[in-house]
Write a new protein. Structure first.
Length: 253
C-alpha cells in the first residue's frame, strides 16, 4: 500500500497525468504483480482529527504473488518511488507499508486478547447513542500509525481500549473495521522507501454523512467518548485519509 502527494508547484491535474501516463505504466511491468488499484483521497467534513486529511492525494494498492517478489520488485527499483523536485511532476511525499492479504483482525467479529481485561468498563457517549442505519453508504477511513511508547503499551490501548469501544458501539454507523500489523522488511540505507515506519494500518467503514456539513440548528450527532491512554498520545505519527471504495480504478484492466 502506498500513499503520496505531488511536489509543491505541481497541480493535481499535472500530477495525475504523470502518475497514470508514466509511473503506473512502469509499475505494471514489475515482476509478480497480480493486482493494482488506486483511489483518490477525499476530504471529510464531519470527522474531527488533529492530523490533517489532505496530506496525500491518492492511495494505491500493489499486490504481488508473494512477499519475496514484492520486496525484490519494489525495494530493488527505488528510482520508481523517489521524490521529484518542486515544480516537477512526480512524487512529493511518499509513504508505504507491506501487508498480508488478509487483516490481522476483523474487529467487527474478532476479540484481540488485549480486550479481555477491559470488558467490564462502561462506555460513555455525548449526544446519545448512535442508531445504526443499515442502508447508509460507506466511506473508508484508512489510518496508519506507529507508537511513541512500547509496542506492548501501545497495543494495550489501541487493541484493548480503542478497538473495543469502536467495535461494541458502532459509534458512527461502523460497517467495516479491519486492522493489519505491517510486515517488517529489510531497508536499503539510501532507499526512497521506508516501509517499516508505520506499525499498523486500520480501515473503518463510515456513513456518508461524515462528508456532509451539519445542518444549522441540528442536534449534535452522537459520539463515543474514546478512553484516552494514561500515557498520553501514544502515536508517534499518524496518517489519516478517507476514500470512497466505489471510486476505485483497476490499473490492470
Amino acid at each position: 500500500m502506498h500513499f503520496f502527494s505531488y511536489p509543491e508547484g505541481v497541480s493535481l491535474e499535472d500530477g495525475e497525468q504523470w502518475y497514470f501516463d508514466e509511473h503506473t505504466t512502469q509499475a505494471k511491468k514489475l515482476p509478480g504483480v497480480t493486482r493494482y488499484r488506486t483511489w483518490p483521497v477525499l476530504l471529510p467534513v464531519a470527522v474531527q482529527s488533529p492530523y490533517p486529511y489532505d496530506r496525500f492525494v491518492r492511495m494505491s494498492e500493489l499486490v504481488f504473488e508473494n512477499m519475496s517478489l514484492a520486496q525484490q520488485a519494489t525495494l530493488g527499483n527505488t528510482n520508481l518511488w523517489a521524490a521529484a523536485s518542486p515544480g516537477t511532476p512526480g512524487f512529493g511525499e511518499f509513504q508505504c507499508v507491506f501487508l498480508d492479504e488478509l487483516p490481522q483482525f476483523d474487529l467487527t467479529k474478532d476479540t484481540p486478547v488485549q480486550q479481555y481485561k477491559y470488558g467490564a468498563l462502561p462506555l460513555k457517549f455525548a449526544g446519545g447513542e448512535h442508531k445504526y442505519e443499515d442502508g447508509e453508504d460507506t466511506l473508508i477511513l484508512v489510518y496508519l500509525f506507529s507508537y511513541n511508547v512500547s509496542v506492548a503499551d501501545g497495543e494495550d490501548w489501541y487493541l484493548g481500549h480503542h478497538a473495543r469501544e469502536g467495535k461494541l458501539t458502532k459509534q458512527v454507523g461502523l460497517r467495516h473495521y479491519q486492522t493489519w500489523k505491517t510486515l517488517s522488511t529489510p531497508e536499503e540505507p539510501d532507499s526512497a522507501l521506508k516501509p517499516n515506519r508505520y506499525y499498523r494500518l486500520t480501515e473503518e467503514g463510515l456513513p456518508a454523512w461524515t462528508r456532509e456539513q451539519p445542518k444549522e440548528g441540528a442536534p449534535p450527532r452522537p459520539q463515543l467518548l474514546i478512553t484516552m491512554p494514561p500515557l498520553g498520545n501514544v502515536f508517534d505519527d499518524l496518517i489519516n485519509i478517507v476514500i470512497d471504495p466505489r471510486q476505485v480504478q483497476d490499473l490492470l484492466e
